[in-house]
Design a binder for this molecule. Structure first.
Ligand code: F0G
Length: 458
């Protein structure tokens, strides 16, 4: 008999989960103004809000935390992080930050000016937020295949080279501070970018003399997909693929809360010393001194170990197979999601799952609330609420896809939890014909409204 797959770790420490009744959830979600961010974590049974900072650290990471050096300047933990970034990613210069959006804030303070354009694959919301906050425009050049959840494409995070070239051709070079490539592309479904595509983007960037920024939160998952799906990479180690990917980047921002498997942390890495020096001033103002940048020594130590562990095949194989396992269950039940499953999450196609809810009433949010009511599972809307209003017209923006993201924390849940998630979705799907109304907005912030939005049931 063939030996089945099993996780590449065993569990040393556990944390209890809280079950609740449907009546309790009805009242909690109403009190939360139907915004899942407002729920208390003990009102949630399985928390799929994000895979960011929610992973379980390893024994090696916890051991490294005990060795954290809390010196203000010149801490050994800083040098551990510096060595990991140099050895694994190949950058000589870096600045620690407290998380990914802080890295964006510091770097964009140097690079992004009013009237600029930043092309790339679908920008993550904080990245876009930091661009638009500076009165610049993020231009999405993702391949069209990414907008159809049913097309099986191995690299749905890819940039359409023609779309990118059009942007580079039609804007003066001074107005394009960089190309932003998100690996994997969170917004399009945790979908990877192929090495071939990275090379083509790099060639175009060279031709137009524009630098490339990698938004690298899930770079290791991207490398895993290259190994699994791209010809010529089957025999390469994840670390070899990672080194090759980053050869094509001039700089990177990192939310270490994802692929470095820590609960807090981030950084910016640079090739160019001059840019590093310019960014240093902003880092000291916003984040902290050069050798800690908003992190404690123990955080930097755990991050350095996490970069190493996060780029090991067995870890990634366990993780991404779990996400695929959820996808396979949903296939059994006929539930439609962005195909193939991504690295960190499954993105349910809300328009196909709740076909009777009008777009103006936020079907993905409605699905999120229904799933919570069903069994206490918390996902997150990736649809019109997240898309915010157009900064000029102030009209709601309706992205091509309206998705409910179920992000799987790293090393936190078992496949029994995955079975609960799939069965709960099936129950909601089975009663889809009776779900016809969604929500209206009663209060919203001018930017990144999804975090604090308040809704009313229609
Ligand atoms: N870039 C990408 C691709 C991200 O997914 C995130 C965060 C960030 C940047 C910002 O990093 O949270 O450390 O400030 N994504 C989380 C998520 C929040 O749920 O997908 P951060």
């Amino acid at each position: 008999m063939e030996i089945p797959f099993a996780e590449s770790f065993k569990i040393k420490m556990i944390e209890p989960l809280h079950r609740s009744t449907r009546e309790e959830r009805e009242s909690w979600i109403k009190e939360s103004k139907y915004n899942l961010f407002n729920l208390r974590s003990d009102q949630v049974f399985i928390d799929l809000l994000t895979d960011s900072g929610t992973g379980a650290m390893s024994d090696r990471q916890w051991a490294a935390m005990m060795l954290g050096d809390e010196s203000y300047a010149g801490s050994s933990s800083y040098f551990n992080m510096k060595k990991a970034i140099h050895d694994i990613l190949g950058f000589d210069y870096f600045l620690p930050t407290h998380q990914g959006r802080a890295a964006e804030n510091v770097l964009f303070s140097v690079l992004v000016k009013s009237g600029d354009v930043v092309p790339g694959n679908s920008h993550f919301d904080t990245t876009k937020g930091h661009i638009e906050f500076r009165h610049a425009t993020a231009i999405d050049c993702t391949i069209n295949e990414a907008n159809d959840t049913q097309i099986e494409h191995p690299f749905k995070g890819n940039v359409d080279i023609d779309k990118l070239e059009t942007v580079l051709k039609t804007h003066p070079k001074e107005k394009i501070p960089f190309i932003c490539l998100t690996v994997t592309c969170n917004t399009s479904g945790g979908q990877p970018v192929s090495m071939q595509n990275i090379k083509e983007i790099h060639a175009l960037a060279k031709k137009y003399d524009i630098p490339i920024l990698f938004d690298s939160a899930r770079f290791a998952e991207n490398a895993y997909f290259i190994k699994k799906r791209e010809k010529g990479y089957e025999e390469k180690s994840i670390k070899e693929i990672v080194r090759e990917m980053f050869q094509y980047a001039d700089m990177m921002t990192m939310s270490s809360k994802k692929d470095a498997i820590v609960n807090i942390g981030g950084f910016i890495a640079f090739r160019d010393e001059k840019l590093f020096r310019e960014a240093t001033t902003f880092n000291i103002m916003f984040e902290g001194y050069i050798t800690y940048g908003g992190l404690s020594g123990r955080d930097m130590n755990a991050l350095a170990v996490g970069l190493d562990e996060g780029t090991e095949f067995d870890y990634l194989d366990t993780r991404i197979r779990q996400v695929a396992y959820l996808g396979a269950k949903l296939d059994e039940y006929g539930i439609v999601y962005q195909r193939p499953t991504g690295g960190h999450a499954v993105f349910i196609d809300a328009l196909k799952t709740l076909p009777n809810v009008p777009r103006e009433e936020f079907p993905a949010q409605t699905l999120g609330v229904e799933l919570y009511l069903e069994s206490g599972i918390r996902g997150v809307e990736i649809g019109a609420i997240l898309a915010d209003r157009d900064p000029v017209t102030r009209e709601n923006r309706y992205p091509k896809l309206e998705l409910l993201r179920l992000a799987i924390p790293r090393r936190a849940y078992t496949n029994n939890h995955i079975d609960v998630i799939a069965a709960s979705l099936k129950n909601v799907y089975d009663r889809r014909n009776s779900i016809c109304r969604g929500f209206k907005i009663v209060r919203e912030a001018p930017i990144m409204r999804h975090f604090t939005i308040e809704l009313e049931r229609l």
